[in-house]
Design a protein around this ligand. Structure first.
Ligand code: CUA
Length: 348
């Protein structure tokens, strides 16, 4: 398989950090991850040297000098034992608190992020922007904006890894996982699959192209001929006949209304209340009987095998678009045929 022009270009543009073997730091989080990494390495090196030094010192100092030498008995010391329990405890807790703080920060996407859908498959990365632009093995994003990736796979487990941003997460069949990042400088950065996924795993690579906001707007405009995800989803919604049961406002009467359902709380027939997030909506399309909404019968057929992951993503985008509009504006299917404008303004 020949490598694309972009991948070659990406390779030549890759930059290294000033420290050998450390990739360039190009996201708001990468320096924080590095700081923790250097702290862990520093503590490890310090204690390795300290212990090795003491071993050498003691070997020399307490060596047996005559064949009949018997060492003095040692009674033990509470002070010493307390000290060598408390100090490691404090150090270990510092790893835990620092690591957990960073972990929660990096694995909880912020609210005001640009959303990009990622569908992995042997052996490529497919991206779809909210505004409809689709890409394969290459993702264009603006600098200085938070980007949230909503990821799933059509086949086996993959893993989305961008070393320069210090982000990495598994992409798992049957569920959505997320990542987020904010790139700090324009450039082209390696994307790797970091989970062995079959014969061409090593070629499941790509690049993240970070552009200035103006360039990014131009890029979006230059690729704007594609339908937005939610417009494609709306078409699917019609061709699959969803509307006959699931009118946006509950028309049809046999399924819950879709208007405003996303991120609302749903009361289930078993009395549980759960948030209608991406995972719930996906499950309800593929496996409708698992979590029935209170008041509705188990009549919806499964759409497993009828829609693929990309189409589920589009349906999801459509359902989400019904929730982001002011109540009543969503109206009947077909009422908002035109895709959203291609550019979102920065929120700052
Ligand atoms: Cu996909 Cu390895």
């Amino acid at each position: 398989m020949g490598k694309s022009h972009y991948q070659q270009e990406a390779r030549s543009k890759q930059m290294q950090s000033w420290i050998p073997f450390i990739p360039e730091s190009a996201s708001t989080e990468s320096d924080k991850v590095d700081a923790l990494y250097f702290y862990l390495s520093g503590v490890t090196v310090f204690f390795t040297l300290l212990i090795a030094g003491f071993i050498i010192l003691f070997v020399v100092r307490y060596r047996r000098r005559t064949p009949y030498e018997v060492p003095r008995p040692i009674a033990g010391s509470h002070a010493l034992e307390t000290l060598w329990s408390v100090i490691p405890f404090v150090i270990a807790m510092s790893f835990f608190v620092w690591g957990a703080t960073l972990y929660f920060r990096n694995y909880r996407p912020p609210q005001n992020a640009i959303e990009v859908y990622v569908v992995a498959k042997q052996w490529m990365w497919k991206f779809q922007h909210e505004t409809g632009q689709r890409e394969i093995n290459e993702l264009h994003i603006p600098v200085g904006r938070k980007v949230k990736l909503i990821m799933t796979t059509e086949d086996t487990i993959h893993d989305f890894f961008v070393p320069a941003f210090r982000i990495k997460n598994d992409v798992v069949p049957g569920k959505y996982t997320t990542l987020w990042f904010e790139a700090t400088k324009p450039g082209t950065y390696h994307l790797f699959c970091a989970e062995y996924c079959g014969m061409n795993h090593s070629q499941m690579i790509g690049s993240i192209v970070v552009l200035g906001q103006t360039e990014f707007n131009n890029w979006l405009a230059g690729n704007a001929n594609q339908q937005s995800a939610s417009a494609s989803g709306q078409q699917l919604y019609q061709t699959l006949g969803c509307a006959s049961c699931h009118g946006n406002n509950g028309e049809g009467g046999r399924g819950p209304a879709l208007l405003g359902v996303f991120s609302s709380k749903v009361q289930l027939s078993n009395g549980q209340t759960i948030p209608a997030d991406e995972a719930y909506l996906r499950e309800s399309i593929l496996n409708p009987q698992v979590k029935l909404v209170s008041g509705f019968g188990p009549i919806m057929p499964t759409f497993q095998g009828v829609v693929n992951e990309e189409q589920i993503v589009q349906l999801m985008a459509y359902i989400k678009s019904l929730s982001s509009q002011p109540a009543g504006a969503g109206g009947a299917p077909g009422a908002q045929g035109s895709p959203k404008p291609p550019v979102r303004e920065p929120t700052e």
